[in-house]
Design a protein around this ligand. Structure first.
Ligand SMILES: NC(=O)c1ccc[n+]([C@@H]2O[C@H](COP(=O)([O-])OP(=O)(O)OC[C@H]3O[C@@H](n4cnc5c(N)ncnc54)[C@H](OP(=O)(O)O)[C@@H]3O)[C@@H](O)[C@H]2O)c1
Length: 295
């Protein structure tokens, strides 16, 4: 067989696989209803962070029947949200997401509110050696609080009907575990597993569940020079998970150094562990969250 023919068969094969693959994917994953009347709950909306950006983008891009209910921890942040957006489509409440009784009360107060989406954005990042870290508090916010919020809001999301959404904010740190980030990375990897489980468990109710896995973007959590822009891109992924008719299961977005998170996630899946360890430890990528004090 001539080289040209072989090339032709290979290209035809790839195109056929792509066509059959996308047909099968659309049969297995039919379009999800798009709900555009009701309230989206976003946790952790203090100014300068991703939650704040998500609020802005929902208010800017969605119909006026889509409302936002934000959680913050300080009165000053509630006021900042009100001052910035001046919108009767936005409400904020004070809530520490790790306070389970308070989360329960929060859910009870939503009795007459149609909840169409939940964005679990609140998170903390710690950078420390394992021996000196308070590992439980990180998991309380990044993992257990997410389960608590989902458990609390699930009856409301079910009531809103097929098409309601959960979007969890994970991290590329759940894929690339650098020295000093064991606990943060573990909490985000646990969240990824929980998201995969929620997705299949809630599929019979047609509740869509996605995880956004950003690289680094500039907020008060990430302030080093290499925490680039990209917060808009991350927020765009969140809105896709909330409102697209075909939401993705995961959204690797923003960048890790010079590499896109998407490329990074594919590379991490393809590289043998030892090679990945080499890249992470021997090449010593610059820390974006250096320890605040010497450990
Ligand atoms: N920035 C990055 O490079 C990056 C990369 C990957 C993933 N992420 C993830 O993106 C999400 C948003 O982070 P960000 O970068 O926007 O940082 P951020 O500005 O520090 O936002 C974190 C938000 O979570 C809130 N929060 C923390 N603990 C809480 C608690 N116990 N109860 C309620 N709210 C709490 C914070 O409230 P206060 O303001 O009151 O502390 C803040 O509003 C996090 O889940 C983070 O892990 C960030």
């Amino acid at each position: 067989m001539s080289l040209l023919r072989r090339l032709y068969s290979a290209v035809t094969g790839v195109v056929l696989i792509a066509i059959v693959g996308s047909f099968l994917a659309s049969v297995i994953h039919p379009a999800v209803p798009v709900l555009n009347t009701g309230t989206v709950v976003v946790t952790g909306c203090s100014p300068g962070g991703l939650g704040f950006q998500i609020v802005k983008d929902i208010l800017d891009s969605q119909p006026k029947e889509v409302l936002v209910l934000c959680t913050v921890r300080k009165d000053a942040d509630s006021k900042a949200l009100a001052d910035e957006f001046k919108s009767d489509r936005l409400k904020s409440v004070l809530l520490d997401v790790t306070d389970a009784p308070a989360v329960k009360k929060f859910g009870e107060k939503l009795e007459n509110t149609r909840i169409i989406g939940l964005v679990n954005n609140a998170g903390v990042s710690v950078h420390s050696k394992l021996e000196s870290i308070d590992y439980r508090s990180t998991f309380e916010v990044n993992f257990f609080a997410v389960l608590e919020m989902v458990k609390t809001l699930l009856p409301h999301l079910r009531k809103a009907g097929p098409g309601s959404r959960i979007v969890n904010i994970g991290s590329m740190a759940g894929t690339f575990v650098r020295p000093g980030t064991i606990v943060y990375s573990s909490s985000k990897r646990a969240l990824e597993a929980a998201t995969d489980g929620m997705r299949v468990e809630l599929a019979p109710d047609s509740i869509s569940v996605s995880i956004v896995q950003p690289g680094f973007f500039r907020t008060k959590m990430c302030t080093a020079p290499q925490c680039g822009g990209g917060i808009e891109e991350v927020s765009e992924a969140v809105l896709h998970g909330l409102f697209a008719s075909r939401p993705r299961t995961r959204y690797p977005v923003a960048t890790i150094g010079a590499m896109s998170a998407f490329a990074g996630s594919k590379l991490a899946a393809a590289l043998p562990d030892r090679l990945l360890d080499f890249a992470i430890t021997v090449l010593k990528p610059k820390d974006v969250n250096p320890p605040k004090e010497k450990q």
